[in-house]
Design a protein around this ligand. Structure first.
Ligand SMILES: Cc1ncc(COP(=O)(O)O)c(C=O)c1O
Length: 497
């Protein structure tokens, strides 16, 4: 039988804390057994010699052995010694110490045909390792988020939370949060609703998913702004919708063109306050035209206002929902951009006739949103912190936009024409005609910038070459640095053809 008198293979123990020491020894020995460094039948050193060798108390070693024995990794024979158990598989088992299993080839081939079609060109966004990188497009100023205030609010809410909040929550969301949202969208966006019309969701994305699943049948046509938001068209397409790309001009979605393309569409998806990605505001005439069409066609209008709070100049325009008299508009809002991405809380404002059905539908999806997070957000809003943060960010983002514009005018003149965004957290920058925006963005990424080319957002309509530059999440120094790196990227002509 193999014998182990001394064992040199353990990593150094991390501390002198007795509790951590036995766990360290237990974990090390277990890993050595599982990955085959200690084979079945091997005799372990005595507790006394292990204690001496690793400068542990004997009690620590005995506690680790007891645990390993209780879990069946080792057995003790009285008068003979302690051995690695023989019932374990012979070869190495995967453990955190052994090499990770090779990644499966990236393939959706084993999924259902439906899923394969749904996942066509869906890109998984990696979790970033840092905040504030130029020119990340989907991030608010996380560096300036009042995390201490959030933590204090959370502590207070959790301390006082009645036990009932730990039970099953309500399908539409936590009632005080629904009230707070109804009040906020009413006063700041002119949305007309009662708290019952609010359905709290996991960000705008889940709101869009619910709308696709429960309002569309396979083959239903949906007008989609082109260029537009992939998160919307991919989700609605996954629900079986036939996406009808509709051109966008300086007044927003071209309703006359859409009527010609598909007069009897079931839904229109629009971003009227700040068109994604071009940043135009839908004109009053277009809003009326769109509402008229929806009333005639019995269609839904999905109004996505993910960053409408941030308007820097020009006339603030109330939500399209505020003009709706026929109950066609479904409003989608999100806190992920107004507060921070990881919050994953957003909401739908539904026409009353849909509320009951959506509460039932929610039961099939995730039952209800997490109650305690909602309670914290609700308190954050009602205490006035949310309003204060948004007002502060509006000013900071305007300043950041100005820094970007100034730096771009100075260093990128003739290469890139950066639009002075009237609203939102990102802006469009136009490249010279004939440039490939894909190549330009790839070159910028190679030099370490985060960059998305405009053509990524085109469904079908040809688009002038351009880049999408996020500015809200980057501090002024990072923006200036980003501009000079971008200038270097764009001056590298071979990559741009
Ligand atoms: C048009 C549009 N809608 C919604 C969102 C937000 O989605 P979520 O709340 O799922 O993060 C984004 C993200 O940037 C967006 O660009």
């Amino acid at each position: 039988m193999p014998k182990m008198e001394t064992f040199q293979d353990l990593s150094l123990h991390p501390s002198t804390n007795q509790k951590e020491l036995w766990r360290w020894l237990y974990t090390e020995l277990r890993a050595a057994i599982l990955d085959g460094r200690l084979r079945a039948g091997t005799r372990l050193p005595s507790t006394r010699s292990l204690a001496v060798q690793y400068e542990l108390s004997r009690g620590t070693v005995i506690t680790a052995f007891d645990q390993l024995q209780a879990e069946g990794y080792i057995r003790t024979e009285v008068g003979s010694g302690t051995y690695v158990a023989t019932g374990l598989p012979d070869g190495p088992l995967p453990t955190s110490r052994s090499k990770p299993a090779p990644a499966l080839p990236q393939s959706t081939a084993t999924l259902s045909k439906r899923a394969q079609a749904q996942l066509k060109d869906v890109v998984v966004m990696p979790a970033p390792h840092s905040v504030g990188k130029a020119f990340r497009a989907y991030e608010p100023a996380i560096d300036l988020f009042p995390a201490d205030l959030w933590a204090r609010t959370a502590a207070r809410v959790l301390r006082r939370a009645p036990r009932s909040l730990y039970g099953h929550g309500s399908a539409g969301g936590y009632q005080p949060l629904r009230r707070a949202i109804a009040e906020y969208v009413g006063s700041s966006r002119g949305v007309r609703c009662t708290p019952e019309q609010i359905i709290v969701t996991s960000g705008a994305q889940q709101a869009l998913d619910l709308l696709g699943r429960f309002l569309l049948d396979p083959g239903d046509s949906v007008w989609m702004e082109d260029p537009g938001y992939p998160g919307a068209w991919q989700t609605l397409r996954a629900a079986g919708a036939r996406i009808i790309p509709v051109p966008v001009d300086q007044d927003g979605l071209n309703v006359a063109a859409a009527r010609k393309l598909s007069p009897r569409a079931k839904m229109a998806y629009v971003t009227p306050a700040n068109q994604f990605p071009l940043g135009v505001t839908m004109s009053a005439d277009r809003r009326i035209e769109l509402l008229q069409w929806a009333a005639e066609a019995g269609a839904w209008i999905v109004e996505d206002e993910y960053d409408a709070e941030y308007r820097y100049f020009g006339r603030p325009v109330a939500a399209l929902q505020s003009l709706d008299r026929s109950g066609a508009v479904i409003y989608v809002g999100t806190f992920t951009k107004m507060l921070f991405n990881a919050l994953r809380l957003g909401f739908l404002v539904l026409p009353l006739r849909l509320v009951g059905a959506f509460e039932a539908a929610r039961t099939l999806v995730d039952r209800h949103p997490p109650t305690l997070d909602q309670a914290i957000l609700s308190e954050f809003i009602t205490e006035g912190h949310f309003g204060h943060h948004v007002r502060k960010m509006r000013q900071i983002y305007a300043e950041r936009m100005a820094v970007l514009k100034e730096a771009a005018d100075e260093h990128l003149g003739g290469l890139l024409d950066v639009t002075n965004a009237a609203a939102g957290m990102k802006t469009v920058a136009w490249l010279k005609t004939g440039t490939s925006d894909k190549a330009a963005a790839a070159q910028a990424r190679r030099l370490g910038l985060e960059m998305i080319e405009l053509s990524e957002f085109s469904i079908k309509q040809p688009l002038k070459p351009g880049l999408l530059l996020g500015f809200a999440g980057c501090n002024p120094d990072e923006l200036r640095r980003g501009v000079s790196v971008l200038a270097a990227a764009l001056r590298n002509p071979p990559a741009l053809r």
